[in-house]
Design a protein around this ligand. Sequence first.
Ligand code: PAF
Length: 284
Amino acid sequence: MLETVTDLQALRTRIAGWKREGLRIGFVPTMGNLHAGHHSLVQLARAHADRVVASVFVNPTQFGPNEDFARYPRTPDADARGLDTAGCDLLWLPSVQTMYPYGAEAAVRMRVPGITDVLDGAHRPGHFDGVVTVVSRLFNQVQPDVAAFGRKDYQQLAVIRYFVRDLAFPVELLAGETRREDDGLAMSSRNQYLSRAERIIAPEIHRTLQAMRTAYLDGMSLAAVQADAAQRLERAGFAVDYAEVRDAGLGAPDPASRGPFVALVAARLGRTRLIDNLEFTAAG
Ligand code: PAF
């Protein structure tokens, strides 16, 4: 039965009790509006831990001034039901005041250099600073042994791996596979912003990623692969932030390498910004 906790002291007491019993704590941080992708992260954490905590916190510090913080979907009752069914033990629901006692503007900020300068980091200045700022706090609050993040947010996962290693957080990271709708669209809380017409177009991102993989492995130049992908998406009606092939560490791919590679796209349909990626190697 899922227990919901909104008070930091109550959370610490519950976690300390579990730790005294020698139980391993799994953690799934989320911003709520949970779908099957989040539920599969709970199941992944469950497979590596004795107790699973999920947090729901729409984090103001990772949204830019013109982004969708205010309209981000908040569905607390459905989230709690889904977490319960997925096998979560505890839902951590901190307020902004609990997360940022001095206020979000006056919060101590973290920053990961290098990999945050490209792709989403370049298009959403300050976004990853906000992500690491909140994830480090969540790790301090929940004290997990393992934490699960989705591969759909490929760059976010890379940024979190970097700061966990750099700051020696004693947390093992698990990466959950991207869950897709039947037509290939990656599951995302933002999909529900799409109009019916946009929803029909949206799977073009996944098809474009597959085309990028084929073209790159067929020997097309990186520049041509990326330009073709951007054109294809624009023809379908997207405004493209980026369509790029990178190596697994998000550096420029070595033309002599057989991978692993990752194709990444961020593109907007109307007011909705979608991201997706496809990992691949020359072996298939
Ligand atoms: O991936 C998300 O939902 C968020 O970026 C995270 C990791 C919960 C931090 O707010």
